[in-house]
Write a protein that binds this ligand. Sequence first.
Ligand SMILES: *Cc1c(COP(=O)(O)O)cnc(C)c1O
Ligand code: SF4
Length: 395
Amino acid sequence: MNPAEIATKEEQAVENAAQPIVKPTPKENRVINFFNSTPLDWEDWRWQLRNRIRTKDVLSKLINLTPEEEKGIDGAGTKLTMSIPPYFASLIDPEDPQCPIRLQSVPQAFELETSPEEMADPCGEDKNSPVHGLVHRYPDRVLFLVNEMCAMYCRYCTRSRMVGDGNRTLSTATYKAALDYIRSNKKIRDVLISGGDPLTLSDNTLEFLIKSLKEIPHVEFVRIGTRIPVTLPQRVTLDLVRMLKKYSPIWMSIHFNHPKEITKRVKFACDLLADSGIPMGSQTVLLKGINDKPAVMKKLMHELLKIRVRPYYIYQCDPILGSKHFRTSVATGINIIEKLRGHTTGYAVPTYVIDGPGGGGKIPIMPDYILSKGDGKYTLRNFAGKEYTYYDPEI
Ligand SMILES: *Cc1c(COP(=O)(O)O)cnc(C)c1O
Ligand code: SF4
């Protein structure tokens, strides 16, 4: 399907609301039938949110849970709850406990074990928060955490201390205080709207926030950090992209972790976003057994470029409580960058960063390409291991 063809089909579907925009796959149909629902419900993001899988009872009818998963789900209620949109659940391999979609969304017993290096707030966000909802760490930009709800709760979530369901959308008064803070800080030129997941908000609330930010003269642009185009791509509607387009430039950072996440529905959502002039970057968390093999990561980066998403960051997994089973060595991350840089398209190489535990912010980590330096002379190696010398200009 080319994008023009999709757009026409979508417009038709919107007009007569009779046929689904994207035909469900057999895997999707299995879950549609399980819910006794229809392909049109399946395309309705509110239906997907209402029917998120939250209990062991429902999930066990869709996939063969292991004893570790059952224990994990029982324990998760007290910490980060389980929540899986039916669409995302349709990507889970029912028989393979190592399925990368499953490992990210279904709690395991390991989550209940904590290690000494782990923290509730590893990035030190709470202590860098001048008003509720804002994290102001870097001088010229601010992180605006606008809600606490996501479509799917990633088991390794760096904000697991605060995300979750319940009636925890921020109040109008809280939004107002955050907007006032931004308005009174002329150095803030870039506002990153995140959460939770800002795309679980209604179009109206989201528009209120973006419009209010764009009315502040020193705010040059807004960014949205989200995982919804991956876990609930149906949320990216024509109405949403039409609204966003009015506030151009808006950048979007989308959280992608595995090539299996890039389905035709996700491609459709990213096409709508890209065609509306929204530049997209990816953020990926390095996760043991999910994307810690260079070949898997390279494939993910290639698939992202094909849907017009530019790889932006790979994050070392933050040491949140109960995350040991997800965390790899730093050497694993460095080796992945080593296997990408020079070996494939430069656009496919993101920056690998560690968020300095305790509030250091993003610290870039690179393979060492400088073998030695001194007296204005650098001995370098290239991606293939060959040596070269570069001389500084003489002063
Ligand atoms: C990641 C982050 C940003 C944005 O950083 P960029 O490198 O500009 O993408 C801003 N504030 C906080 C607190 C962050 O964690
Ligand atoms: S979408 Fe983001 S904020 Fe929400 S659970 Fe996943 S990592 Fe956490």
